[in-house]
Design a protein around this ligand. Structure first.
Ligand code: GLN
Length: 475
């Protein structure tokens, strides 16, 4: 029997109709039979089976927790004590986590099984999962295409049924964009809902842990148990006991949108017409559409890439071959240790970003780039605060079209950066956002809709997403 919902699965566990071990075996089998997708860097086979047996014991004595038996995969930038973690970079080769991220601790406390470590773009920098030091991940729906990035392994693993849910990180769209490309649900929380403790930092004022799942309901359920204050992350301010249980009654929503984005000439025509259908259907169903024009939107991508690279250049300082990171064997001085270790350890995209970030922070350019970008970020944030006070959700595309061909954009960094034009907004403003499947194009590839919500109002966002997920099996 294939997995549908956590609630249904746990009901079967309770009735003894299935076991956690059976479910883990099924996930492992799928991961192994689709190993060519390169989604998993490591499978924790023995450990996951041993844990499954222990959980089956607990279940037979009537003890079942909210995530008991739920099989989860972790992006390779989330620390898990005693396990390798590398941010898919050569510079962290062989590094084992000394402690677990708060999100991992919370998953384990609630009975989840961690099945493996998932491939991603190096240091979460990328939109196609082609920047991994361990090779690209392929899209499970069409192996000639990318799964999206940077959390491509996490999206692919859920899409191919090798885990029930997975964790990724979303700095500029890295959960929502791959979710869209792989036809699953991808959620990025409000900045400050989920702890970043134990997450390998890329751009700290943007980074958030996000969740992939087959349904909005499951994603909301998992998010409930990994959210909330954490003494190890002072930017994490959400109330822990904010349980996200979706009410099933239908509501009438005020849906904000930008007519020029929903009609943008950058959009693939099939996606464009699906988005128009979504708007028309929403009006027919009694929801209220509220158009907005957003000032400064053309600057969203440049602002994101200025600020995110500035923060990355500072965060990645620590991988010098001295404190963290593999030390180059030929180095014979302090300077050559830094130079050789970093040149050899970091891939080309990470190097490009460190240089870009160092440049925008350097004397003479700081005011022209960094400070100005902060001002535009504030402008966008203030506008969205106003917009979200006038509507319940804001609808926009997740991507400009379906997953693209492997290799088609990797020599053109600007084209790759433009992939994020609709996703960076939620990170620049700190607002929560979710990508839900909208339909399939003529070639059978999934297309998605993105919804943004008000700060810390995830409950409302999930309920709206659940209602607008027209495909019954994805609710
Ligand atoms: N694609 C974006 C980038 O490369 C977003 C990455 C992310 O969200 N981690 O920066």
């Amino acid at each position: 029997m294939t997995f549908e919902r956590i609630s249904e699965y746990q009901a079967r566990l309770r009735l003894g109709q299935t076991t956690v071990k059976d479910e883990v075996l099924l996930c492992l089998e799928r991961a192994l039979s689709q190993a060519h997708l390169n989604a998993f860097l490591e499978l924790y086979t023995e450990e996951a089976l041993a844990r499954a047996e222990a959980l089956d014991q607990e279940i037979s004595s009537g003890n079942i927790k909210p995530l008991t038996g739920v099989v989860v995969g972790l992006k390779d930038n989330i620390c898990y004590a005693g396990h390798l973690v590398s941010a898919s970079s050569k510079i962290l080769e062989g590094f084992q986590s000394l402690y677990s991220a708060t999100v991992v601790e919370r998953l384990l406390e609630q009975g989840a099984v961690v099945i493996g470590r998932l491939n991603c773009d190096e240091f979460a920098m990328g939109s196609s999962n082609e920047n991994s030091a361990f090779g690209p991940v392929l899209n499970p729906l069409d192996t000639s295409r990318v799964p999206g990035g940077s959390s491509g392994g996490s999206a692919a693993a859920v899409a191919m049924g090798a885990c029930h849910l997975s964790l990724g990180t979303d700095t500029g769209g890295s959960v929502r964009q791959p979710a869209a490309y792989c036809g699953v649900v991808g959620f990025k929380p409000t900045y400050g809902r989920i702890s970043r403790h134990g997450i390998i930092a890329f751009a700290s004022s943007f980074d958030q842990v996000g969740v992939f799942g087959q349904s909005v309901e499951d994603v909301a359920h998992l998010v409930t148990f990994i959210s909330g204050k954490d003494e190890f992350d002072s930017t994490c301010t959400a109330d822990a006991n904010d349980v996200l249980t979706l009410k099933s009654e239908k509501k009438f929503y005020r849906i904000g949108y930008s007519p020029s984005w929903m009609n943008s000439s950058a959009l693939n025509p099939e996606l464009q017409s699906m988005l128009q259908n979504f708007l028309e259907r929403s009006t027919k169903e009694g929801h209220t559409l509220i158009p907005f024009e957003i000032e400064g939107m053309d600057y969203a991508i440049p602002v994101y890439y200025i600020l995110a690279t500035a923060e990355a250049s500072s965060n990645l300082n620590r991988y010098s071959g001295m404190h963290y990171g593999v030390r180059n064997a030929d180095a014979d001085s302090l300077e050559s240790t830094f130079k050789l270790s970093r040149s050899q350890g970091f891939g080309p995209e990470v190097q490009r970003r460190i240089m870009l970030g160092t440049y925008v922070l350097s004397e003479g350019y700081y005011d022209a780039y960094y400070v100005k970008a902060q001002k535009v970020r504030r402008l966008l944030r203030d506008q969205f605060q106003q917009i979200m006070s006038e509507c319940d959700v804001f609808a926009l595309p997740t991507t400009v079209g379906p997953a693209f061909e492997v290799g088609s954009k990797c020599n053109d960094p600007l084209a790759m950066y433009l992939e994020d034009q609709f996703t960076v907004l939620a990170n620049l403003t700190g607002l929560p956002a979710i990508s839900i499947p909208l339909g399939f194009d003529k070639e059978g590839m999934p297309l998605a809709l993105q919804l943004m919500g008000s700060a810390f109002q995830e409950q409302g966002l999930f309920e709206a997403a659940n209602q607008f997920c027209y495909k019954e099996s994805l609710k």
